[in-house]
Design a protein around this ligand. Structure first.
Ligand code: AMP
Length: 144
């Protein structure tokens, strides 16, 4: 899949937004849905997905929706930091497969980083245990 293509309304994040696929939620309001990454690159890896847009990536996001969406990204990043107290935090997003994107609905990754810990594989490996993710989501959501 290239950087420029049609939005696929059946991508997995669109299905989550419609409630057709489960996810472990951290925040759910009129602007965004945030949930735990099922293949966390580090403990607490959270994704923030905008609602009511067909934007495959940041380039396609309507400018007027960007501000409210980024407020949610920041809100979740602050909550992850308060809940898990990592040494650092990566906030990132990928545009197009060559850049590392695997799901084509805009999303930001919030990934806690700790000194001496390397990142696990991106978008692969064994899925995390759902109960473990729920525990982390509850801790993060307590600060939202
Ligand atoms: P990207 O590669 O930037 O498009 O990121 C997509 C992210 O979605 C990856 O970090 C995946 O681990 C994550 N992911 C894929 N399927 C699911 C799922 N069902 N629930 C939660 N996260 C998912």
């Amino acid at each position: 899949m290239t950087l420029h293509d049609q939005y696929d309304p059946d991508n997995i994040f669109a299905k989550m937004l419609r409630g057709e696929v489960p996810c472990v939620k951290v925040l759910d309001d009129d602007v965004a849905l945030a949930f735990m990454d099922i293949f966390p690159q580090a403990e607490g890896h959270t994704l923030v997905v905008p609602k009511d847009v067909e934007a495959r990536n940041l380039l396609e996001m309507p400018a007027e929706k960007l501000g409210p969406y980024m407020e949610r990204v920041q809100k979740v990043a602050v909550a992850v930091e308060k809940a898990l107290k990592p040494d650092g935090l990566v906030v990132t997003q990928f545009n197009g497969a060559p850049a590392g994107q695997t799901v084509y609905h805009l999303h930001f990754h919030i990934i806690p980083r700790n000194e001496g810990e390397s990142l696990r594989r991106h978008a692969g490996g064994d899925p995390a245990d759902t109960e473990t993710l729920k525990g982390l989501a509850d801790r993060i959501a307590a600060y939202i």
